[in-house]
Design a protein around this ligand. Structure first.
Ligand code: BYC
Length: 471
């Protein structure tokens, strides 16, 4: 079944009505979710928003556009089509049929992976809840809300798995996903980056570029999972994720474009007084979001990831395209490490280095963004360039958690870090300046002065379309 049934309380393409117990359990979670959305979701009141809703997982069905009052958005459960012949592609169960049920021996690990994934989704909605109050255009406002409702749906995706496959402890975990909150002292979100603030739109574009991109890569590895319902859920989530990538990539493009334009027009780097964001501040935001996102991949070496892989729970990015034995028991990999107190590399078993493997794929992808942004600077006739800081810079997880390094990768003392970190990471003054530019522009076809308009609208609509009707 691919078409979603929208005549029921919880739209779904998983024949929920055939399992009354599960249906009732999810229906009793639903009001808690809606309460959470009411309390922790977007704060700007709206009448309706031009949103995409999935009605079918195939063809164009997943991208059905129309005006929707936000509280009436139909969050549902959608899994990509099942391939009845699917076999496990890696690890010790390679070649066996994919699992439709959770094997008892892997229950705790699978639950942990699903909970960590699920925890990030509502966290990002919480982080972004006030951004509507300062949206630079109706187009951006609509994109923000699209990202928010889809993160809400991704939470539903994980909660469905917890309810359907993990019994009572799954239901308890689903409740906990609504209880933890981003930045909370008592019950914070699980991963570091999801407790940081997203207080302005430059942070939002950087977050959707760098942190959502971690989501793309992690979902890509879970899509390989031997546990077929997880794989099918992630496959569908990845389709929606592409829009979030677009928001980040073109968002940073547009900030850089406007900055470059104002720099070129005024022949100066010092453009704050002209109402645009100086390149130095853009670089500092990039340094911050990139480094906290690198932390999301876990340690350079990890026995957790080795066990996940061997068990078939979490694969590699593009597992099936890799030309090796998909077991990796005899292979090795060079990973970043501290060697005699110096930044270097060491050779470890390929299995324990799998977080590094994924992080490398991610870094190569991030380099694509920097190239784009530098092309924009180049076309404006400017010689300045943006760059990705070294992997050892500002790390709190993994091999470099205990040391300090400059963006170019020089090992430095804590004293030097304290003296120089304001040159590399956004300061309170930088953040206050960026916030001072964040005044809402809600008029059709208008845009704030610190960001260029997009090249294309949404779903073939023009930029000046009335994407959002405010309350
Ligand atoms: N913060 O063995 P290690 C997304 C913990 S984003 C705090 O190296 P492992 C999205 C770790 O849990 C994608 N703690 O880690 C984006 C472990 O704890 P225990 C989210 C951290 O397990 C934007 C200990 O440190 N999905 O979808 O190999 C908007 C030792 O670590 C952090 C996933 O992450 C951290 N950054 O790898 C919306 C996929 N890093 O076991 C959505 C599921 C590590 O000692 N998660 N720790 O208590 C995983 O695959 C893995 O758990 C991790 C960590 C990649 C997160």
């Amino acid at each position: 079944m691919t078409t979603a049934d929208y005549s029921v309380k919880i739209p779904n393409n998983v024949s929920l009505h055939e399992d009354r117990r599960l249906q009732r359990a999810l229906e009793s979670w639903q009001p808690n979710f809606l309460d959470w959305w009411q309390q922790m979701g977007p704060t700007l009141p709206t009448q309706d928003v031009y949103l995409r809703t999935a009605i079918d997982v195939r063809g164009d069905g997943w991208a059905h556009f129309g005006y929707v009052p936000m509280p009436e958005y139909r969050w549902g459960i959608f899994l990509a089509d099942r391939n009845p012949d699917r076999v496990i592609a890696f690890g010790q169960h390679k070649g066996e049929p994919a699992w439709q049920k959770v094997p008892g021996e892997y229950r705790a690990e699978l639950r942990r992976l699903i909970v960590i994934q699920g925890d990030t989704e509502p966290a990002s909605v919480e982080q972004q809840r006030n951004l509507g109050l300062t949206a630079p255009s109706l187009y951006d406002l609509r994109n923000l809300f699209q990202v928010n409702v889809e993160e809400g749906r991704h939470l539903w995706a994980m909660v469905y798995l917890l309810h359907a496959h993990f019994g009572r402890d799954g239901r308890e975990e689903a409740d906990e996903l609504l209880r933890r909150n981003s930045g909370s002292q008592d019950s914070p979100r699980i991963l570091g980056a999801f407790n940081e603030e997203t207080p302005d739109w430059l942070s939002f574009y950087m977050f959707t570029y760098f942190t959502d991109r971690d989501g793309k890569y992690q979902l890509g590895t879970l899509k390989e999972s031997a546990f077929d319902p997880l794989s099918r859920t992630c496959e569908f989530m990845l389709k929606e994720e592409a829009h979030h990538m677009m928001v980040g990539t073109t968002g940073v493009d547009r900030v850089v474009e406007r900055t470059a334009q104002v720099m070129a027009e005024n022949d100066t780097d010092d453009i704050a007084s002209h109402g645009a964001i100086p390149l130095d501040i853009i670089q500092k935001y990039l340094n911050f979001h990139y480094s906290v996102s690198l932390d999301l991949f876990g340690g350079e070496t990890s026995t957790n990831v080795a066990n996940y892989y061997t068990a078939g729970l979490k694969g590699r990015w593009m597992e099936e395209r890799r030309k090796d034995d998909h077991a990796l028991t005899d292979d090795s990999i060079l990973v970043d490490a501290l060697i005699d107190g110096q930044i270097g590399q060491s050779e470890v078993a390929a299995l324990t280095g799998l977080n590094t493997d994924l992080r490398r794929e991610y870094i190569a992808d991030c380099e694509g963004g920097v190239k784009r942004w530098n092309r924009i600077l180049d076309s404006a006739g400017l010689s300045r360039r943006l760059y990705l800081p070294h992997a050892a810079f500002n790390r709190r997880v993994g091999a470099f958690a205990g040391i300090e390094a400059s963006p170019s990768g020089a090992l430095i003392s804590t004293g030097e870090w304290d003296r120089r970190k304001n040159d590399w990471l956004p300061t309170e003054v930088d953040k206050t300046f960026v916030r001072s530019l964040m005044r809402p522009v809600y008029e059709r076809g208008k845009i704030a002065a610190w960001v260029a308009p997009p090249r294309n609208g949404i779903n073939g609509q023009p930029f000046d379309y009335d994407y959002v009707h405010l309350a």
